[in-house]
Design a protein around this ligand. Structure first.
Ligand code: DC
Length: 233
């Protein structure tokens, strides 16, 4: 039996995981599942039900009650909460902080991990997140740990916000990046860490294309699968 092409990409906030993963998956002709979007939808479900983010039992029950799912349109992920497309609503800084808060709870993680494993079971996919190589897809043939110095990550985020015409302050963004790292790396359940068999890619000095090529090289080395040049999924 040939193994399904499954790629696990983990790393801290702002390392470029999402945009780079999108491009890598497109060039390989496979789907990209942004698992952070699912935790963001879970966070939104909790906000909408006006539940305190520290109330573990209520948060876990709210996430169980919520219908979180993903579908693809022309290869692009659409994230749904109770049937509504929340792909844009989950992109705020606040939704990210809420996602990080609710993702501390084992009951929430179990639900998300189950959904992700179901999706990856039958479809060739690249999944990006915090625990893909360590928990969700322990047997993935390719595992990447994509990181960058906190300052480089904060600078990228600053540029993104500026491009969107939003006012941003470097020191505040750096503080937010560091706070998120602390929360994601120090939580008791499935903290962010590099899987032993993951390949480290430090993107501090890389531009977008260099990151994409570095990952595609690792995929080819590990599986023999080559990207289809210039072809998007
Ligand atoms: O990648 P992101 O910023 O969209 O993720 C939002 C939060 O969700 C992040 O701070 C931690 C959590 N998360 C997680 O715990 N496990 C994942 N696989 C993906 C995200």
């Amino acid at each position: 039996m040939t193994q399904l092409l499954t790629i696990a990409v983990d790393g801290p906030v702002g390392a470029g995981k999402s945009t780079v993963s999108d491009e890598v998956a497109a060039r390989l002709g496979i789907l990209h599942l942004d698992t952070g979007a699912m935790y963001r939808a879970a966070g939104l479900a909790v906000s909408r039900r006006k539940i305190g983010r520290d109330d573990e039992a209520a948060v876990t029950a709210a996430v169980a009650e919520a219908d979180i799912s993903v579908r693809y349109e022309n290869g692009r992920q659409i994230t749904l909460l109770d049937g509504e497309d929340v792909s844009t609503a989950i992109r705020t800084q606040e939704a990210g902080a809420m996602a990080s808060a609710v993702s501390r709870f084992p009951g929430v993680r179990r639900q998300m991990v189950f959904l992700q494993q179901q999706m990856a079971k039958t479809t060739p996919m690249l999944l990006d997140g915090r625990d893909i190589g360590t928990v969700v897809l322990k047997d993935a043939p390719v595992k990447i740990y994509l990181t960058a110095a906190p300052e480089a990550r904060a600078m990228r985020r600053l540029r993104q916000l500026e491009e969107k015409g939003e006012k941003a302050d470097f020191a505040a963004i750096l503080a937010e990046v560091n706070a998120r790292d602390r929360q994601d790396m120090n939580r008791e359940i499935d903290p962010l860490r590099q899987a032993e068999d993951a390949v480290l890619v430090d993107s501090s000095e890389m531009d977008f294309e260099q990151m994409v090529e570095a990952i595609l090289r690792i995929v080819e080395e590990k599986t023999g699968v080559k990207a289809r040049k210039g072809v998007r999924a």
